[in-house]
Design a protein around this ligand. Structure first.
Ligand SMILES: *Cc1c(COP(=O)(O)O)cnc(C)c1O
Length: 360
């Protein structure tokens, strides 16, 4: 095999190498049963045990209280943009959204199909370079829920403190779930596509407080009701078996790293290395306002688009891949999720130093 590259891709993203190796073995021969993992019936006792273990590990690592259901659904994070208002925004009522980037904008669009949307925060006029600093949103208390995106994958901003509100708090945690400790009981619903910080593509995890299940209008089709999936332990129909299995492996890996608290500390160290580099020079300019900076996706620009193209080209040659920024802001984006190794960050920072010397 060629040397493994450092993969800064925003998603699907890098996974621990030992997880990949284990999955490769299990796909061919699972637990020495003479059958491959992705051939197993989802109703087999082997797969049921896999799914249960994945859920148990997530509950353990995130300290999920018993009155929350954990669902493993298909349709990616984007299906949740519609499923949330479909289930939780009653006709003629209002939901509150904080518009901090592309992903919240898409969620707002779907919510408007079902009810009224109140935008309590909007950083679109400054190219989404910040999240709110004052997190008192009790103004939203009359609305059905307050929806926000904890980490804005494209713009590189992240909530340090979560919104305070008396209404149901709903969070798209696709790109920073399991990256830091939090209190699940603050939230009514948390969801995340797996392919950033938890595993491969093909599965969205939904953590929902059980009192919310019953409120779904009768007009909502069976497959789009949270209650359906909660009642059947995510096995109403064929679940994303491989993704659920692989998430389980990633969670075991995370537990072996010392769990969320330990990885959070490492995530801060990784991010600080790059931010310190950016702050030490005029050559690199961070996109996000300092107080809104993300530990997961680090966005910055160089003096010109030509230099940015040269930067990503030369980085790729050195085994630093996936650094091109999203087309909406250009520049560079280094996505350094839980599984991204510290050495890769050091290598990037050294590359940034050399590149600046040669090009400024
Ligand atoms: C990637 C991403 C999404 C979209 O995920 P899909 O699974 O592709 O639908 C939604 N929200 C955030 C914050 C993301 O980073």
């Amino acid at each position: 095999m060629p040397a493994r590259i450092y993969n800064f891709s925003p998603g699907p993203a890098t996974l621990p190498q030992e997880v990949l190796a284990q999955a490769a073995r299990d796909i061919v021969n699972f637990q020495d049963k003479g059958i491959g993992l992705i051939e197993l019936s989802h109703r087999s006792k082997e797969f049921m045990a896999v799914a249960q273990e994945t859920e148990d590990l997530l509950r353990e690592l995130m300290n999920i209280p018993d009155n929350y259901k954990v669902l493993f659904l298909q349709g990616g994070a984007s299906s949740q943009f519609a499923m949330i208002p479909m289930n939780l925004l009653r006709q003629g009522r209002t939901a509150t959204y904080l518009n901090t980037g592309t992903w919240s904008k898409k969620a707002v669009k779907e919510a408007k199909l079902f009810g009224d949307v109140d935008l309590a925060f909007d950083s679109s006029s400054t190219t989404f370079d910040c999240v709110p600093q004052d997190n008192n949103f009790h103004s939203a208390d009359g609305s059905e829920y307050l929806y926000f995106v904890s980490n804005n994958t494209i713009y590189g901003t992240q909530f340090r403190n979560f919104p305070e509100t008396g209404t149901n708090l709903i969070c798209d945690m696709s790109s920073d779930i399991l990256s830091r400790e939090l209190d699940v009981s603050q939230f009514a619903l948390i969801f995340a596509g797996a392919q950033k910080n938890m595993g491969p593509a093909g599965c969205a995890v939904v953590i929902i407080r059980d009192d919310l299940l019953a409120g779904c209008p009768d007009s909502v089709p069976t497959m789009f009701r949270y209650q359906t999936h909660a009642d059947k332990g995510s096995m109403f129909n064929t679940p994303p078996c491989f993704a659920i299995y692989a998430i389980g492996l990633v969670l075991k890996w995370l537990r072996d790293q010392g769990g969320v608290a330990a990885i959070a500390e490492l995530n801060c160290k990784k991010a600080a290395l790059i931010y310190d580099m950016i702050d030490s020079t005029e050559f690199y300019r961070g996109h996000a306002q300092v107080s809104s900076r993300s530990t997961m996706n680090i966005t910055f620009n160089l003096p010109s688009p030509e230099l940015e193209a040269k930067f990503t080209g030369e980085a790729t040659e050195q085994g630093l891949d996936g650094l091109k920024g999203h087309r909406s802001i250009g520049g560079i984006r280094a996505s350094i999720y839980n599984a991204f190794p510290y050495e890769g960050v050091e290598k990037l920072v050294n590359f940034m130093k050399d590149f600046e010397k040669q090009n400024s």
